[in-house]
Write a protein that binds this ligand. Sequence first.
Ligand SMILES: CC(C)(COP(=O)(O)OP(=O)(O)OC[C@H]1O[C@@H](n2cnc3c(N)ncnc32)[C@H](O)[C@@H]1OP(=O)(O)O)[C@@H](O)C(=O)NCCC(=O)NCCS
Length: 163
Amino acid sequence: MAEKPEIKVRAAGDADHQNVTQALNEHWGSTRIVTRGRIHATDKLPTLIAEADGEMVGLLTYEIYGQECELITMNAFQRGLGIGTAMLSHLREIAAENNCRGIWLITTNDNVDAMRFYQKKGFFFVAVHRDAVVGARRLKPEIPVIGNHGIPIRDEIELVMPL
Ligand SMILES: CC(C)(COP(=O)(O)OP(=O)(O)OC[C@H]1O[C@@H](n2cnc3c(N)ncnc32)[C@H](O)[C@@H]1OP(=O)(O)O)[C@@H](O)C(=O)NCCC(=O)NCCS
């Protein structure tokens, strides 16, 4: 296996906007994400960029409201190199500085790789919102019917990492 590169994580600034928007569109099909019935414009959210050798290798968007920190999207452009881990630990610091009670997120029932990753990182399952994606599709019709591994996308899975 290739040696893991050094990953640096920083907050995105105005100069990153175009690259970030393009990457979000590539990875999510749009800059709109629906969680628990709320639409998030991911191109307007606080964003963390992971870099290796000055190249963007990952992106994370999040939102802080009150004592809640919601992780909205996370993408490692190459898997298994520690990019996701580096971005998550940076977000953890931000959430702690903002006195958040924890970091919570929604993923969908097909995303078993993400569920494995998040549980390894200390997240717990809080709820399965059955058929929530049916409602989310009314707000965002571009959500595919079939997701990872050929699994129909139906439910929102809620996870939390207490701080
Ligand atoms: C989920 C995701 C962000 C993880 O990022 P990553 O950079 O691949 O994860 P890391 O390299 O930091 O791996 C962290 C741990 O999870 C494990 N892991 C991550 N992805 C894995 C996979 N697909 N299969 C097996 N193990 C995996 C690693 O072995 C590692 O374990 P360790 O900490 O004991 O060494 C990445 O897989 C991804 O971009 N997925 C697509 C988008 C997505 O689903 N995002 C999440 C929903 S918002």
